[in-house]
Design a binder for this molecule. Sequence first.
Ligand code: N01
Length: 540
Amino acid sequence: MVTTSGPQAAARPVDAVVVGAGLSGLYQLHRLRQLGLTAMVLEAGDDIGGTWYWNRYPGARCDIESMSYSYSFSPELDQEWEWSERYASQPEILRYIHHVADRFDLRGDVMLRTRVTRAVYDQDSHLWHLSTDTGLAVTARFVILATGCMSVPKDPGIPGADSFTGAVHHTARWPREDVSFAGKRVAVIGTGCSGVQAIPVIADEAASLTVFQRTPAYVLPAHNRPLRPAEIAQLKARYPEFRRAQRLSRGGTVFEPPTRSALEADETERTAAYEAAWDEGFLNGLLRTYTDILTDEKANETVAEFVRSKIRSIVDDPATAELLSPRTYPFATKRPCLGTDYYATYNLPHVSLVDLRTTPIETITPRGIRTSDGEHVLDMIVFATGFDALTGSQLSIDIVGKGGVPLRDRWAEGPRNYLGLVTAGFPNLFTVLGPLSPSVLTNIAVSLEQQVEWITDCIAHLRRNGITEIDAAPDAEADWGVHVAEVADRTLYPAVDSWYTGANVPGKPRVFLAYAGGLDRYREQCDTVARNGYTGFLLS
Ligand code: N01
């Protein structure tokens, strides 16, 4: 439908452009088409899949159960797709996304290998003008940024990286062809969720593996396993009810909420509750044991110490166990990880741990990595150093709103928007899973559907009522920012250096980037705003 040749080739105007062909963008396309809009998806990658296209590192899998981490909008899709494991691997999730694209015939409106570089709002025509790295120019009334929470890899900023003569990979830019570790001396830098998943798999094959750790993670066991036909049948039979419960839940997963403080329980009771959660293997299992794990430091410390005791029981060498034990931040204030054999990997004779707090990296050399303690000679370096989360993907596009104001200026002190959806001065530009929304604190499969459906209903409302522009009112935007911060301040999150607070990227403003009030409460607020005629928005 839209073609390009040569620089700045112009495309026919479309009603809506969706940026990104991951889970959010594809569903957004489906819903816009149902409204009868002309829509296209512009995707930088060679293929669809978003996060699940790029993050194909060894061991990559989702840490939310497969039957929960999937679209809920189609009961038929729920019935026909069959997940093979409790936690789906990256290739299986990518197959699922391809299946969805085929089943709903979405590919025809997806333009691959096309990175949006600039988007400028024309106040007179109320249209967005988008430019891309292929020279394609597109004009659209609505733009939906479905660019992902974690799609811009962070520059680790380690000197000498270009001088290394061996192979270098980043977990978030893993090559499509097989990477062999056989016979190689491999280093992994970074022990967040990506490193935690990759490390045991790399250790399986490599001649030696050296893990360079700055901050240890709290890693819970996944207890991943194949799904039994009987349990699949059972869940499929109650999928409609399960999906309803997911949608109404606090975080997009269904569980019985705790009712008591950890400090009301005695140690025996607490330990039993933590053991049971550990054995179940849910990412948030330990968080769900008591009400105050994320709000009370003393309560939190009981869980943190429980995890440390598990580390000591698994890791043979006490010094290594201690290095792997998080002590500088409360449990779950950086995102916890689900792992498979993570701690046991450090018992293997060819695996070693370098503590960057005591022996920091000085430089990468042509032969390897030099710390203050000496040079590690290597054949391959794997960066698992994370992302410029939540705001990175939007700020990597040169977005210019009303009055020629760049989004980069509006967000110079941190992201601002109303309901995590629209930034004042940037009309008709919506964000899915962006900053100041529940996004990364929830099962994003459920959050993205909520936002995509809200945006779709909003656009339908505008069209029905002959409204050409929706913008966030500055006071509503300011109030939302205050509310997001207030909710976060009731938790232990904001005090911790993490990607949740932007602290992992040098120079990034320090702001708690997600809405910690729960998806249920967020959904209610969004629905109320819509029901009342889009209060807090300026419609013209
Ligand atoms: O990134 P991270 P990630 N020198 O930022 C270290 C999601 N995810 O890709 O903490 C040395 O968590 C850094 O150390 P420190 C999930 O939401 C989901 O692992 O800054 N080290 C840290 O250890 C997750 O939270 C799944 O001190 C450096 C690590 O690198 C998010 O993605 C799977 C460094 C980065 O950890 C990000 O995870 C995987 C440097 N210069 C990921 N720079 C699922 O299963 C950084 N580090 C769904």
